[in-house]
Design a protein around this ligand. Structure first.
Ligand code: KIV
Ligand code: ZN
Length: 510
């Protein structure tokens, strides 16, 4: 059996320190419930002395967590902070006080104005003081990433001797390289007496985009707890992302000699929940939980994934609750992807028909970044409606504006293959286009109704136009047309209505 790595979630504390990500107690409880559903081991619920809201959050989350998770309150190495944290944690069945102070030269000199000896004394005092309240005390050596290694080991030794149950080695500024950070953790694991009975925790920040790599280097070298946040939320560039660490451990558990108890199917839900509550968007290409994490865009990749998912995916999206792989239909998609999606929508075509559909698909894809299911539906329906193509609109060019006179030039082919190029003016672009069509067609109708609607998503959506015309026989004929250009949709709809009218009149005469 591999080593169990505790997942310590600090979304509600360090994550909340993300500019703009503050949450109220009610929102924190909703997130805590999700963390419990995911079986995280430790929830850092807040910094009780910092505000009444944080105090309340720690108190309430302590209440709901029961035996299912350790609940943590953060403190500085200051008695009043520890008193307040202990008070807030009184509701928790498994309370932990997380206390500590800076240990790097920068922190000692510039922030705390204390010597190394004083730092050690304060660490010992804080741990012992917290131990008066709770058995489980985690000591953090802030900015351990930039501390002198010998001094870091000395402070950690002091914290362990004072009774710390967990020692947290943060790379507070995200400065380290993974190999060096790994050596730092190994130094502690090798040189601190009694460390085998204490959990080494790693808490890394993402300033160089390496937070996950740093945390894993820590795990590889003896850490048994990783501190992280949903979506990598946190100060500046954020913290280690929970979903990345959990999935990396899942994928490389044997070589890391590690596993976690996190229910990975809940990761996507957690990510969306945190994003919705904090208003912090997840970048589309974010590992594991980004909108594009399982989306395939290029024709080569799509073909590969359709043949066997693992040609281009190392994770089954269902394992992280992200549904199934997505094939993004765009101008880069090939026949295989289009055919696959159409068949999922219930359409199969003979090769010759499919070629036409693919051609129309490419025309739309050239105008839109992404072709959605609704676009495909409209391509198919447009094709099915055009069976009676007595007249076909080949091209339409319209100029209009203020003070231009709306003018339309249309190219229309009739059923005998004769191409007509006509030009007309009108009161507006649609009127000009309809007048141009009227110059070619052999039957006329009065426009009774004209409706335009967007049938696909996005600013570059396909607009569908439905027109009803009243024929000379008094009947109403409906026509539809769809295009990304609404004037073209209008002309197509009009030609379609006229085709239906002529076809119907011929059918009646036959
Ligand atoms: O980054 C850090 O060092 C911290 C500590 C308070 C644990 O967040
Ligand atoms: Zn931090």
């Amino acid at each position: 059996m591999t080593r169990k790595i505790d997942i310590f979630d600090t979304t509600l504390r360090d994550g909340e320190q993300s500019p703009g990500a503050s949450m109220n107690t009610e929102e924190k409880i909703i997130i805590a419930q999700q963390l419990l559903r995911m079986h995280v081991d430790v929830i850092e619920a807040g910094f009780p002395i910092s505000s009444p809201g944080d105090f309340l959050s720690v108190q309430q989350i302590g209440r709901i967590a029961g035996d299912d998770a350790v609940v943590v309150g953060l403190t500085r190495a200051v008695d009043a902070d520890i008193d307040r944290a202990a008070e807030a944690l009184a509701t928790a069945k498994r309370p932990r006080i997380h206390t500590g102070l800076g240990v790097s030269p920068q922190h000692l000199r510039e922030k705390l104005h204390i010597s190394e000896d004083e730092c050690v004394e304060r660490a010992i005092h804080a741990v012992k003081y917290a131990k008066k309240y709770v058995e489980d005390v985690e000591f953090y050596a802030e900015d351990a990433g930039r501390a002198d290694q010998k001094f870091l080991e000395r402070v950690i030794q002091a914290a362990v001797d004072a009774g710390a149950t967990v020692v947290n080695i943060p790379d507070t500024t995200g400065y380290q390289m993974p190999e060096d950070f790994g050596r730092r953790i190994k130094g502690i694991a090798d040189n601190v007496r009694g460390i085998e009975d204490v959990v080494i925790s790693v808490h890394t920040h993402n300033d160089l985009g390496m937070a996950t790599a740093l945390a894993l280097a820590g795990v590889r070298n003896g850490a048994r707890q990783v501190e992280c946040t949903i979506n990598g939320l946190g100060e500046r560039a954020g913290n280690t992302s929970l979903e990345e660490v959990v999935m990396a451990i899942k994928m490389h558990g044997d070589e890391l000699d590690a596993h976690t108890d996190v229910v990975t199917r809940e990761l996507t839900r957690a990510s969306r929940l945190v994003s919705r509550i904090t208003g912090m968007q997840v970048q589309a290409n974010k590992a594991i939980v980004g909108a594009n994490a399982f989306a395939h865009s290029s024709g080569i990749h799509q073909d590969g994934v359709l043949k066997a998912r693992d040609t281009y995916e190392i994770i089954d999206p269902a394992d992280v609750g992200a549904g199934s792989s997505q094939i993004i239909l765009s101008a880069r998609s090939g026949h295989a992807a289009l055919r696959h999606r159409l068949s999922e929508l219930g359409y199969t075509f003979a090769d010759a028909d499919f070629d036409d559909i693919y051609h129309r698909f490419l025309e739309i894809a050239d105008q839109k970044k992404e072709v959605y299911d609704e676009d495909l539906e409209s391509i198919v329906q447009e094709r099915q409606r055009d069976v009676t193509a007595i007249y076909t609109l080949n091209a339409l060019q319209v100029s209009c504006g203020d003070p231009l006179i709306p003018t339309a030039t249309a190219t229309i082919t009739d059923e005998h293959g004769v191409r007509h190029v006509v030009c007309a003016t009108g009161t507006g672009p649609v009127d000009a286009a309809y007048k141009a069509v009227d110059m070619v067609v052999s039957a006329h109708g009065d426009l009774a109704e004209y409706v335009v609607k967007a049938i696909t998503r996005g600013i570059d959506a396909i607009g569908e136009v439905i027109v009803r015309i009243t024929g000379e026989d008094g009947h109403i004929y409906t026509g539809r047309g769809a295009d990304t250009d609404v004037i073209v949709s209008s002309a197509k709809a009009y030609v379609n209505a006229i085709n239906r009218m002529i076809q119907s009149q011929r059918d009646q005469a036959a």
